[in-house]
Design a protein around this ligand. Structure first.
Ligand code: ATP
Ligand code: MG
Length: 761
């Protein structure tokens, strides 16, 4: 007989244990990061099963991402063994709701084999609805309506339940009617979109009490992780399913609510106590994840938010390293510094054990920030994975841009042609493309040539013919310009003139902004290459690197996808005003957006177990122009006692003036880093920029920006000299021609580069 209780309860603190053992009745665990909420949830699940309170298929368990669901399943398998396979109802809100809907589809007017539309299909369908209603789809885009409908669905509003004030501004008040038509079309097609999954569940439960009663019988216990990020529809769904037995346990942290733009509501936390009267509220205050400096830094930062429930956190892991904060010269210097530190950590320094790559994470605010790291890692052969999304060069918008460039460079590139002939939409549909491909095959010519011929005949409809000739004319024009202008400028022009960027600007979904940023980053990164060929060659080189899943790899991801995870060493780059907090949140009225960004910063720091390293760059290149950046306000908000300002090798060229400047700032400031945003510091920074770049260009003040123009003065590099290039790594100068160098790089081979992009090694 066990005296001390089962193994899985060992080591829990009293509050955690209480949360695990309070199986009956509503329980809300409200606690800060790293206090063991997820661990409590998993253990509670194991406890319910081990004590025979329920069978695996009688548990409803929802987590936020598929990854989190997978991990939870693994952890439970570890505790209770293979019977964890019976956890049929463990998944994300969407996956569980889809399962429920399949069983009862006919009750909401669908068949059980309904299809779930992806966003493309959804927009196509909305477009049809707009056209049928004679709504100008240029002015009132399908994307915009899709966004609106999604918003309504997240709030649990069917067309019937839509408040009268909603949708008035869309298409002169037609919003609600269009929503209704769209839903009808979906039904006819036996399809639903993502938002429908939960919405149909709600309708199903409310209209069919017997079905709901069945689920009440089935689900003896309900468990929810990351509760702070549930939206209204998800909340209503949970409440319906849990209201009878009331055996519901939600764990969450109001300070980590980061999906406001997706309709998540912190209010749900407050509602819980009202909707489930007599709920046991358990607070966990001991953090098991991080050392004290990391925890204190995060707590100090989040204290600046006003709308908080408030909490204290402590840890027994005293000491450890302070959170390191450093300014670097620019984005490239930042990626170089971080890559170097990763190498050092991986090799193991004098005092530390070597770190595995997978124990290291780089958490960025926006995906465009990833490129610099990815390229450097490829060059230095540091294994990495991008979690929760494609790698930079694999992103759809980047591939689209490349397809344009490839087609400009070689008109015979059929794949590129196919990819972009109707991107953005220009009325050249699939049938036309198939027809062109067929002609090309029959005549044994590239599809571009087939297209050229087809527009001379009446084989295509007049409208299609015009669209196609415009497309070909544009391509020819760009090809003509390719010799005259720099390819980064050309790319910019292609993206503008093709309507690609405009389509994204009109796009109101949250990802559109991201895609625009990625394209800017692309244009920026092309600067470093002398020719379009060199650039495209570089891309294929990067894409060609081993892409299989790697067991031991540095984890690159956005702060959003890092939720719930932990790593011994965490890098947090790009803490600059306009990057983090994002420009959008700064432009917004009021503090709401900024507070959400601050919560995101809190999530970021609290991912770290042993070391957190924040960095910001003084300059970033946007569209080939240097803009000077201000350190993020979040840097200023970190408590001085827990932070160490480091100025190691971060600065471009390692200019000593720069280091001193920073050093003195840190030392002098009464509050940490306050001087950073002062005009005085900015001036000093600019002075310094001049000072540390003699002969590299001149600094021009204009529009509050710092602009550097390339100098074409003769290079001061010599043959045989060892150099370092930001993308290609180390190498030796082979020949010098004005400011152009031919360098034989150790890893990347021979390249032509502009001297301002290499440094003496
Ligand atoms: P987040 O808010 O970031 O999701 P969380 O509250 O869910 O964090 P967990 O991920 O469950 O926290 O736990 C954080 C870390 O602390 C994990 O490594 C976990 O194994 C460990 N931990 C939690 N409770 C204990 C405990 N009682 N004893 C030892 N380690 C613990
Ligand atoms: Mg968690």
């Amino acid at each position: 007989a066990r005296v001390r209780g089962p193994d899985y309860l060992e080591g829990l603190n009293p509050e955690q244990r209480a949360a695990v053992e309070a199986t009956e009745g509503p329980v809300l665990v409200l606690a800060g990061a790293g206090t063991g909420k997820t661990r409590v949830l998993t253990t509670r699940l194991a406890h319910i099963l081990a004590t025979g309170r329920a069978k695996p298929w009688e548990l409803l368990v929802v987590t936020f991402t598929n990854k989190a669901a997978r991990e939870m399943r693994e952890r439970i398998t570890h505790i209770i063994g293979p019977s964890a396979e019976g956890l049929r109802w463990l998944g994300t809100f969407h996956s569980v709701a889809a399962q429920i809907l399949r069983r009862h589809a006919e009750l909401v007017g669908l068949k059980s084999n309904f299809t779930i539309l992806d966003t493309d299909d959804q927009e196509r369908l909305i477009k049809q609805v707009l056209e049928a209603e004679n709504v100008d789809a240029k002015r009132w885009t399908p994307k915009a309506l899709a966004g609106l409908i999604d918003h309504w669905k997240n709030r649990g509003w069917t067309p019937d339940r839509l408040p009268p004030s909603e949708g008035r501004e869309f298409a002169n008040g037609k919003g609600p009617a269009l929503y209704r038509l769209y839903q009808e079309r979906l039904r006819v097609l036996n399809a639903c979109d993502f938002g429908d999954l939960l919405l149909h569940n709600l309708t199903l439960f409310m209209a069919n009490p017997d079905v709901l009663a069945d689920f009440h019988d089935r689900f003896k216990y309900v468990l929810v992780d990351e509760y702070q990020d549930t939206n209204v529809a998800q909340y209503l769904w949970l409440r319906l399913l849990a209201q009878k037995r009331q055996n519901v346990c939600c764990v969450g942290d109001d300070d980590q609510s980061i999906y406001g733009w997706r309709g998540a509501e912190v209010d749900n936390i407050l509602r819980f106590e009202r909707d489930f009267p007599g709920a046991t509220v358990i607070r966990l205050e001991r953090n098991y994840r991080s050392t004290s400096h990391i925890l204190a830094a995060a707590s100090g930062l989040i204290a600046a938010n006003k709308g908080r429930l408030g909490k204290t956190l402590w840890t027994e892991q005293d000491g450890g390293e302070k959170v390191i904060v450093r300014g670097v010269w620019d984005g490239e210097a930042e990626s170089r510094l971080i890559a170097e530190e990763i190498e050092r950590a991986h090799k193991g320094g004098t005092e530390k054990d070597p770190r595995r790559y997978r124990d290291i994470a780089i958490l960025v605010r926006a995906s465009f920030q990833m490129r610099a790291f990815e390229e450097r890692f490829v060059m230095l052969q540091i294994p990495y994975t991008v979690v929760g999304g494609p790698r930079f060069f694999e992103r759809a918008e980047i591939r689209d841009a490349h397809a344009y460039l490839r087609l400009i460079q070689s008109p015979d590139d059929d794949l590129a042609f196919e990819r972009i002939v109707n991107v953005p939409k220009r009325g050249i549909g699939d049938t036309t493309v198939q027809k062109l491909l067929q002609i090309a095959r029959l005549n044994g010519v590239p599809v571009m040539q087939a297209a050229r011929e087809a527009i001379q005949t009446d084989e295509l409809a007049a409208r299609t013919r015009t669209a196609l000739s415009n497309f070909i004319r544009d391509l020819d024009r760009w090809r003509g310009q390719a010799q005259a202008i720099h390819h980064s400028r050309l790319t910019e022009q292609v993206l503008e003139e093709s309507g690609y960027t405009d389509a994204l600007r009109l796009d109101k979904t949250p990802t559109a902004q991201t895609r625009l940023e990625n394209l800017k980053e692309l244009v920026q990164s092309m600067q470093a290459f002398d020719t379009l060929e060199a650039y495209l060659e570089h891309v294929s080189l990067v894409m060609d690197m081993d892409r299989g899943p790697q067991a031991d790899a540095v984890q690159i991801m956005t702060l959003h996808s890092a939720k719930g995870l932990e790593f011994p060493l965490v890098f947090l780059p790009g803490w600059e005003e306009g990057v983090f907090p994002s420009q959008r949140s700064m432009d917004e009225k009021g503090e709401k957006g900024l507070e959400e960004e601050r919560r995101l910063a809190y999530v970021g720091i609290t991912r770290a177990r042993e070391e957190a390293r924040i960095s910001f760059a003084a300059n970033r290149q946007v569209y080939g122009r240097w803009t000077s950046q201000l350190p993020s306000r979040f840097v200023d908000e970190l408590p001085l006692a827990n932070v160490e300002a480091s100025s190691e090798t971060g600065y471009y060229g390692g200019g000593p003036g720069m280091q001193q400047q920073h050093g003195s700032r840190w030392d002098e400031s009464p509050t940490f880093g306050a001087g950073y945003s002062s005009p005085g510091w900015k001036r000093a920074q600019e002075r310094n920029f001049r000072g540390s770049h003699p002969g590299r260009g001149q600094v021009i003040e204009g529009e509050g920006r710092l602009v550097v123009s390339e100098s074409s003065a003769a290079s001061d590099f010599k043959r045989g000299q060892r150099v370092f290039h930001q993308k290609f790594g180390y190498g030796a100068v082979k020949s010098v021609d004005g400011n152009k160098l031919t360098v034989t790089f150790d890893k990347a081979g021979e390249k032509k580069v502009i001297d301002s992009f290499v440094e003496k090694a």
